[in-house]
Design a protein around this ligand. Structure first.
Ligand SMILES: C[S@@+](CC[C@H](N)C(=O)[O-])C[C@H]1O[C@@H](n2cnc3c(N)ncnc32)[C@H](O)[C@@H]1O
Length: 389
């Protein structure tokens, strides 16, 4: 242990120490204890995070000078301690009776999640009050380990929003976030427009969960973000009166996505960003002799219905005058629900839109399906195309 303590102390001194993790505390009062280099006003320190059995994380700092000895003392209470440095790794296994086994390995690379990505709109090194309130960052501004993928998702989403800026008004933007849940994205979008781009923005967030809406409205009030409005209700019954130029909807269940898309088309939204989920509707309707070799397998039928549901939505958006792109919203390893439909209002000649609608109706007939989005736009689309020059 003495040799390891000296090696570790050298790594801390020359800046190649990456991380140490103590796990399996004998008395089970702490789940895991993680040590990483950090900076404070006074200079470099080691951040100690103790992950407790009730899900809380407690933070404290140790000095760099005697860190290796501190870790050596702490590790006595844990079954395993793993140490990662640029020039070596070490794993210490300890029995309850005090027997110690140490194995060494090659140097480690700094974990990707600890390296700030320069392209991020929200920096992983900066504290954002709204992310602290939403439980994504701790009070020191560190993104919780469990929330890393949410943080990446929010940043990726902001990049997608950024790519659509040319289709949106320069100021006084109105946004709807339908089926907003905890409104992570809306808080981030509000921050982006109001505080990064310095633009006026009003966001209406709608969800039928009263407690969630109340909680989010409370956060917005505490932040003083009076451009964020929260409405509790079913989007099939309650929608904001004020029309939005940007309509967002992430993981609105099943036909709620059809409601979002059709209402956005009806109101002439400039940009729609929708990430569908739980596409169940067509699975119970779809029938097609030529596809019977797929449809006879329930899982494949379900998967095919999902793809057809979203592809038909895209076609209908095109008929409604939108340039449509589908994107992989985030790493599929983070969530399987990662498809994003991005639709931007553009000029599409009447003939092409009419053809798209005709083609759409033909496909629906051949598959024996009647998607909600088509029903919700009944009459509207043909009138829109007819009235278009
Ligand atoms: C999977 S969550 C997604 C929440 C949030 N958009 C996100 O991605 O973090 C789906 C949300 O949609 C809401 N929801 C589903 N159908 C709805 C409806 N018809 N009207 C209002 N909210 C609805 C649920 O209450 C839930 O909060």
């Amino acid at each position: 242990m003495q040799k390891l303590t000296e090696m570790l102390q050298r790594s801390v001194a020359d800046g190649t120490f990456i991380r140490a993790v103590c796990s399996g505390k004998f008395d089970k009062t702490v789940k895991k204890c993680v040590f990483t280099p950090a900076e404070r006003k006074s200079g470099p320190v080691i951040l100690q995070e103790r992950f407790m059995p009730d899900g809380k994380a407690l933070h404290s700092f140790c000095g760099c000078d005697n860190f290796a000895q501190v870790l050596s003392d702490i590790s006595v209470s844990y079954k395993q301690t793993d140490i990662f440095c640029g020039d070596f790794t070490a794993s210490v296994l300890r029995s309850k009776k005090g027997a110690v086994h140490i194995s060494y390995g090659k140097g480690a690379k700094a974990p990707a999640e600890n390296k700030p990505d320069k392209n991020y709109i929200l920096s992983p090194d900066k504290k954002y009050d709204f992310l602290v309130m939403l439980g994504i960052q701790d009070k020191n501004g560190r993104v919780y380990d469990k929330k890393q993928s949410k943080f990446r998702q929010i940043n990726r989403f902001l990049e997608i929003v950024k790519d659509t800026l040319s289709s949106l008004p320069e100021d006084d933007l109105t946004v709807w976030d339908l089926c907003c849940g905890k409104s992570y994205l809306s808080f981030a979008v509000y921050y982006y427009f109001r505080y990064i781009l310095d633009r006026q923005i009003t966001i209406y967030c709608v969800d039928r969960k009263e407690d969630v809406i109340k909680e989010c409205a409370g956060y917005a009030e505490q932040l003083g973000w009076d451009g964020m409005k929260f409405i509790c209700g079913d989007i099939f019954k309650v929608l904001p009166d004020k029309t939005a130029e940007l309509v967002l909807s992430l993981h609105a269940c099943d036909t709620a996505t059809d409601m979002v898309l059709s209402e956005a088309v009806r109101r002439g939204a400039k940009v729609i960003l929708s990430s569908p989920c739980c596409q169940h509707e067509l699975a119970s309707q779809i029938k097609n002799e030529e596809l019977s070799y797929i449809l006879r397998e329930p899982i494949l039928k379900q998967k095919l219905s999902v793809v057809i549901t979203d592809a038909l939505r895209c076609r209908l958006l095109y008929a409604g005058g939108y340039k449509v792109t589908t994107l992989e919203f985030i790493d599929p390893e983070d969530t399987p629900k990662n498809l994003m439909i991005r639709a931007e209002k553009t000029y599409i000649p009447k003939k092409l839109r009419a053809n798209a609608l005709k083609e759409y109706d033909g496909i629906c007939e051949s598959l024996n399906v009647r998607p909600s989005m088509r029903r919700l736009l009944d009459g509207f689309l043909s009138d829109l195309i007819e009235g278009d020059m």
